[in-house]
Design a protein around this ligand. Structure first.
Ligand code: FE2
Length: 285
């Protein structure tokens, strides 16, 4: 077997075959994987069979493994390595309760931990159980989204920040009308510069972006809706149909992601971990 990177005929994403991450990951192959991740935003490593430890070991090659945003006392998972492992699943335990997180339903576009001062740069998702249909994950190319923002709007928003906030109790639009005391939140640049590629990306998402700095709410809301429409343009989205054994690595600095619902009587399980990132760099105006 030899490692092969095949870009998708899509606005982002590439498939990687010919490597078993448990046994074949030498420095040369890791460099090729990391380069593909930077080039294509999302990579899909096929036919993996990774325990939690295996997945964490691979993630640690990309940087320091991150801990989840949800406080420990609210997590359902056991053996989660200090919050490093999340099980995205509708599986229930003997007590009838879900054993993991975000079990079912539509999940709006978002960027993981964008409500933190140092959002995690990578999210790794490994398919351990899949429904017969549904549950596809969408990834949108935020470099192209930036390019698609009209020039007048780019000028209006240049150098501004956007408030990202997250309420773990909802999978829809965050409500900041009652204040921010009970929400994890952070002001982020609207346009960011990717620290490796140097490219500019739009950094807003429908689930967590709540208000634009320096604008009254009606104008801010209207502009955010326009930006969400640009960010969710089907022309810049890759929709992933999962296969068992897939390991996805998503670059949260230049991609947002979302999930379609699936039949709730079928089991779906993704094993997730993340890699810490740095403070977001504002794009040069
Ligand atoms: Fe996510």
């Amino acid at each position: 077997m030899s490692l092969t990177v095949t870009p998708f005929p899509a606005p982002l994403g590439a498939e990687i075959t010919g490597i078993d991450l448990r046994t074949d990951l030498n420095d040369e192959s890791f460099a090729a994987i990391e380069a593909a991740w930077h080039d294509y935003g999302v990579i899909i490593l096929r036919d993996q069979d990774l325990s939690k430890e295996d997945q964490l070991a691979f993630a640690s090659r990309l940087g320091t493994v991150g801990a989840r945003g949800l406080p420990a006392e609210k997590r359902n998972e056991v053996d989660d390595y200090g919050g490093a492992i999340m099980l995205i699943t509708n599986k229930r335990g003997a007590d009838g309760e879900f054993i993991g997180s975000v079990p079912e339903g539509e999940l709006w576009f978002h960027s993981d931990l964008s409500y933190r001062p140092e959002p995690h740069k990578a999210t790794l998702l490994h398919a351990l159980a899949l429904p017969d249909s549904g549950g596809n994950t969408m990834f949108a190319n935020m470099y192209t989204a930036y390019e698609n923002v009209p020039d007048a709007l780019k000028q209006k928003l240049a150098g501004r920040k956007v408030l990202h906030a997250y309420d773990f109790a909802t999978t829809e639009e965050v409500n900041i009308d009652d204040g921010l005391d009970n929400l994890q939140h952070c002001w982020q640049p609207i346009f960011i510069r990717h620290p490796v590629t140097g490219r500019t990306a739009l950094y807003v998402n429908r689930l967590m972006s709540a208000q634009i700095e320096g604008l009254e709410r009606p104008e801010s809301d209207a502009i955010l809706q326009a930006l969400f429409t640009i960010a969710e343009d089907p022309a810049i989205i890759y929709e992933h149909v999962w296969r068992m054994g897939d390991l996805i690595v998503c670059d949260n600095r230049c991609c947002i992601h979302a999930r379609h619902d699936f039949p709730h009587d079928q089991l779906r399980m993704l094993q997730r971990c993340t890699v810490q990132g740095d403070t977001m760099i504002p794009a040069l105006a």
